[in-house]
Ligand binder design. Structure first.
Ligand SMILES: Nc1ncnc2c1ncn2[C@@H]1O[C@H](COP(=O)(O)OP(=O)(O)OP(=O)(O)O)[C@@H](O)[C@H]1O
Ligand SMILES: [Mg+2]
Length: 506
């Protein structure tokens, strides 16, 4: 890509970016949230067609003018977007060949399609029946289906935009192994990720983008490239600490659930929470650790106004008194807030503006006689924009135009605005760059210092150990252990996360 410049109304997302990728390499792109990584890949893959940017895309010496995604696919380029784009109700086979059906004489040949799908699944190491509906697969497997889909189109250059953001360690490792295997067969890949350890391990070259410009391209083979080096390129300085210092000031227990049991919404014989008990004290950051599918999100959502599953039994206490939260509104009224792990489906309405998104859980606070006061709405949103450094030209812009990480900050702002007593955070730093992570930790700690309780779900064990005071481990809907974060090791935590026998904890 030569001298690529791409502008949106009010923003220059890319300014004269040149990116050179060698055949057969794994080329990483790193940069802070909003740096322009996804935009650059959208230009390359024809999402933003020729004419909407300036500069040249050159493949094997030939200047390409992609009119759309189809055109880039014909040139052997495939992109897997930051947010997965598979259709949940369709099968693996149907998804793989969607828009590219295996047909003879105008009729889809399902036998042939299924057998080709099976072959592709084998190539990505996914053992699933091709007839399985996508909605029955976890995100890790869905990513593999996306790769299989790309492979079905004779791809030469595979672009992966944050493919491991939603994956646990095991699934991430598997995905990276697959990318390496494909490399062995001649595939070229471009990978975007905020997980720098991963990048350090897999990339041959790393191009760093800051504010829409290329800062540098590092040759990993030449040596001297580690996480710190990448961070220095991204933020212009070293980050000597990943977690801010804090002296916890922990008060009394103010929130508690006892024997909390919740049924799966569709499968009555499955319990997503099994007699779970936990407490949160004022000023305390409580972690919830568990493997993917352990039931952490289900537990959190069932606490938050029964927004997941069917409540069976158990009691919730606030300030020593039992409370019943039938729905989300009553949860908000009782001072609970929940930052969902799924910002696009549950955290935001992407058609809203940034400002409306920020005030949407607390409209009452900026209304007069039931009418939203626009001036106050703007002022509140503007405050959060500055405080959280949300990158957007204006809070009047659509929240859907923000980069992934900045959308995450908007969701956080929305719940901070409700001034909750108990803030439940579900993977709050997913897709967040290293610098912004530090900022988010600072915010979480400030909320705790202000006497609020925080319940933090995270798949990143160093993060849990770095900022939680106490950590509950969850296994198959049960709380199996509670450990003090100070002095605990990731290994010890992992052991508790995978242990099945319930030890009574309160
Ligand atoms: N459709 C759009 N309309 C307006 N502005 C946009 C649009 N898409 C991206 N932008 C802006 O372009 C800039 C770059 O965004 P981009 O999504 O490329 O960032 P990114 O590096 O992928 O960030 P992240 O790590 O958060 O995913 C941001 O300032 C973003 O707000
Ligand atoms: Mg992005």
């Amino acid at each position: 890509m030569r001298g690529i410049t791409k502008e949106f109304p009010g923003v220059r997302a890319l300014a004269d970016v040149t990116l050179t990728v060698r055949r057969g390499e794994i080329h990483a792109i790193c940069g802070e949230n909003g740096a322009g990584k996804s935009t650059l890949m959208n230009v390359l893959s024809g999402v933003y067609p020729f004419g909407t940017y300036t500069g040249d895309i050159v493949v094997d010496g030939e200047v390409m003018r992609f009119a759309g995604i189809r055109a880039s696919e014909q040139a052997g380029i495939a992109i897997i977007h930051q947010e997965l784009a598979l259709i949940p109700e369709l099968s693996i086979t149907e998804n793989i060949f969607l828009g590219n059906e295996v047909a003879t004489g105008g009729r889809i040949d399902w036998v042939e399609a299924t057998s080709r799908a099976r072959e592709l699944l084998e190539r990505v190491g996914l053992r699933e029946d091709p007839d399985t509906q996508i909605k029955h697969l976890g995100v890790g497997k869905q990513q593999l289906v996306e790769i299989a889909k790309a492979l079905s189109r004779d791809v030469e250059l595979l672009i992966l935009d944050e493919p491991t953001a939603a994956l646990n360690e095991g699934d991430s490792r598997h995905l990276l192994d697959i990318i390496r295997t494909l490399q062995g067969r001649g595939m070229t890949s471009i990978i975007i990720s905020h997980k720098l350890a991963e990048i350090e391990a897999i990339a041959d070259s790393i191009t760093i983008i800051r504010d829409g410009r290329v800062v540098e391209t590092l040759d990993v083979g030449a040596g001297g490239v580690d996480e710190d080096r990448i961070i220095r390129g991204m933020v212009g300085r070293s980050l000597d600490r990943r977690f801010p210092d804090r002296t916890p000031d922990i008060g009394e227990v103010f929130f508690e659930i006892r024997d909390w049991t919740v049924q799966h919404p569709a499968i009555p014989e499955r319990l997503v929470a099994k007699s779970a008990s936990l407490t949160v004290r004022r000023g305390e950051i409580v972690g919830l650790a568990g493997l993917m599918g352990a039931g952490r999100t289900e537990l959190a959502m069932s606490i938050f106004g029964r927004s997941y599953g069917t409540y069976l039994s158990g009691t919730m206490f606030k300030d020593g008194r039992p409370i019943v939260l039938h729905n989300v509104q009553s949860a908000i009224d009782h001072g609970l807030a929940y930052v969902s792990e799924d910002r696009k489906q549950l955290g935001l309405n992407l058609l809203d503006t940034v400002k409306r998104s920020i005030v949407s859980a607390g409209l009452g606070k900026i209304a007069r006689a039931g009418v939203v006061d626009d001036t106050r709405e703007f002022r509140v949103a503007e405050d959060y924009r500055q405080q959280l450094r949300i990158k957007t030209p204006s809070v009047d812009d659509g929240v859907g135009t923000l980069s992934g990480g900045n959308q995450q900050k908007v969701v956080l702002a929305k719940w901070m605005f409700t001034d909750p007593e108990l803030l439940i955070l579900d993977e709050p730093t997913r897709g967040i760059d290293v610098g912004a992570k530090y900022e988010i930790y600072t915010i979480i700690q400030a909320l705790a210092a202000a006497g609020k309780g925080v319940l933090l779900i995270s798949s990143e064990l160093p993060e849990l150990l770095g900022i939680a005071d106490r950590i509950y481990t969850v296994f198959e809907g049960r709380i199996t252990d509670c450990i003090d974060a100070a002095g605990a090791s990731p290994e010890a935590l992992m052991r508790s996360m995978t242990r099945t026998r319930k030890k009574d904890v309160a």
